[in-house]
Design a protein around this ligand. Sequence first.
Ligand SMILES: [Zn+2]
Length: 458
Amino acid sequence: MGILIKNGTLVTALDTWTGDLRCVAGSIQALGTDLEAAADDTVIDASGQYVFPGGLDPHVHMELPFMGTISADDFETGTAAGVAGGTTSIIDFVIPGRGDSLLDALAAWHAKADKSVADYAFHMAVTWWGDETAEWMRRCVQEEGIPSFKTFMAYRGAIGVDDPELIEIMRCARELDGLVTVHAEHGDMVVDLQNKLMAEGHSAPKYHARSRPAPLEGEATARAIMLARMTREPLYVVHVTCVQALNAIAEARGRGQAVYGETCPQYLLLDDSVYDQPDFAGAAYVMSPPIRPKGHQEPLWAALRSGLLQVVATDHCPFNQAGQKEMGKDDFRLIPNGAAGIQHRLALLYTYGVLEGRLDLNQFVDLTSTRAAKLFGLYPRKGSLTVGADADIVVWDPAASGTISASTHHHRCDRNIFEGFATKGAPSTVVAGGRIQFQDGDLRVERGAGRYLKRTTT
Ligand SMILES: [Zn+2]
């Protein structure tokens, strides 16, 4: 009972060729031309279509307790929305509270993630440093399949860490061959600006962006890079949004330091005029870092093209306008930070990256799947079209077109920050875990079919 995909244009991070691919029992079993179908195979004619390795989104937050509420997609609905858009695996973040055991938090995340329809892995956020933290980190890497750690330089007083804590985390990760990832914003300066703006009576969503301007991200990125340099720890900077941060990363990489960077479609495609929308509509775009002024977007595209940034993720973390974003109606500091994105990552990057000539198809696959799989210890099981790899495959119809809308998306959220955006290209078939889970607009996912992915150090 295999699946035979015939006559597609197979695209990996390196190669493009026309041929067939056959999956059996959840793995890719053969690649070639004129492959024979077994009697009970499902045969998919992919003529005129692309065949990509399934997308991997290494930055999502399903049912995350945050800012007094819980992100609106759970692991089932969020991974289902991913499958509908060609993303067949995710890496979510276990985020313990300050003072909480990392391993207790991990158990809680496993319980929530059990209902995922697609495969999932975890990063571990280290939100404080105590006597047991080093041992918990060791167990994450050596026993739990979690070789990457998230740190927040923002969110001071909650999940953010200070510099001495960050140094301890980097030293410990270095000993374990783990990778530290960082949310880089100057947390104390954010708090100061937030309080100043509110004291002046500026409570609207647009002041969220004013309270976290690009220089705060640039400084924190440079500081994290310096600390990583001194501790000899590789560093992955999540959601890079601005020229200042790009410059810091370029300087480090130019010296040969192992620094990697990720951005997200919202930072490539939106500018801060979104915050000027009337009637609190700008709250939908409240996320951290915020959407930047015009002038930052093209340098981010250039950074993807040149390899300065290696990954496009989403930071998928939806909150409904009704009942959630509204919590900050009179105080932007109380608007839950985050937005939905997992379903449209591939379509947006294809439409505005590949078709606009900013990226080629191989770069597209590298940015949406392969590089994250390599950096985070999932390659070649994920991110590749090779014999033995997981049967996570996207058949991509370049002739499809659509318009993004909250009224039709699979995100469990009443807003879409890309509302009205035209897209070209879409998955016609998505195979995840060896099963056809999406075909011609029909989502056929199965609650709990996703497996936990233990990762390895790289
Ligand atoms: Zn995030």
